[in-house]
Design a protein around this ligand. Structure first.
Ligand code: AP5
Ligand code: MG
Ligand code: ZN
Length: 215
């Protein structure tokens, strides 16, 4: 299965991807997670990317296209993958189409999560992520059993640098300007499937599974 999860910051892409990974044993390819790993490792690319990420802006197409192209050629992507946060611009979508055609692969679906802006801000402000395994939580909607500690690995929970209200607003703006056009792009390709992302996490997952079963 080859999927794209499309949606604004805080829509639940990472949350839904993690559940799909468990069910289908295919990797989640999150450009945000890969870029944050490069920032942690302080690679030259990571240091450059951090400047954009801290402002809520997009990292250049060239950089993210390069990362994804390399990642999709790894053996674990052979039987499928879940793209989370990529593509985010029309040039990225074009580059993905080209990469997949070289690999002789086709996308199965683009799942678009719809969530209202106020709810997105509330989700991002209350999000906590695990330093150990990357699992996401929410202080109200998906709380860990023990405050500040990951249920899966006991790791420390932290707040992302770009989850400050001002940066969140900027990320939303960038999403509307640069990523929303992809809805039409994939609608025209007959791949777009809309999901009501306002529902609770488990219900959103059921909607996604329903779409995948009907493919
Ligand atoms: P990225 O890490 O991709 O961030 P994003 O797109 O802003 O999305 P988020 O990870 O914030 O949200 P999500 O949809 O995964 O939500 P989650 O499941 O965590 O990118 C970060 C930055 O990297 C970008 O700003 C850019 O600089 C750069 N970048 C990345 N990709 C790039 C690209 N392709 N091109 C250029 N630059 C790129 O859920 C959020 C919270 O809500 C959690 O707390 C969760 O528990 C909770 N929640 C989830 N679902 C529900 C629900 N149904 N009900 C209630 N709460 C819920
Ligand atoms: Mg995410
Ligand atoms: Zn953890």
């Amino acid at each position: 299965m080859k999927l794209i999860l499309l949606g604004p910051p805080g829509a639940g892409k990472g949350t839904q991807a993690a559940q799909l990974v468990e069910r289908f044993s295919i990797p989640q390819v999150s450009t945000g997670d890969m870029l944050r790993a490069a920032v942690r490792e302080q690679t030259p690319m990571g240091l450059k990317a951090k400047e954009f990420m801290d402002k809520g802006a997009l990292v250049t197409d060239e950089v993210v296209i390069g990362i994804v192209r390399e990642r999709l050629q790894q053996p674990d992507c052979e039987s499928g993958f879940i793209l989370d946060g990529f593509p985010r611009t029309v040039p990225q979508a074009d580059a993905l189409a080209e990469t997949l055609s070289v690999l002789g692969k086709d996308l199965d679906a683009v799942i678009s999560l719809h969530v209202e802006t106020d709810a997105l801000v509330e989700r991002l402000v209350g999000r906590r992520s695990c330093r150990g395994c990357g699992r996401g939580f929410h202080i109200s909607f998906d709380p860990p059993a023990k405050e500040g500690v990951c249920d899966s690995c006991g790791g420390e929970l932290f707040q992302r640098d770009d989850d400050k209200e001002e940066t969140i607003r900027k990320r939303m703006e960038v999403y509307h300007q640069q990523t929303v056009p992809l809805e039409n792009y994939y609608r025209q390709a007959g791949l777009l499937k809309a999901v009501d992302g306002m529902a609770p996490i488990a219900e959103v997952q059921q909607q996604v599974l329903g779409i995948l079963q009907a493919l």
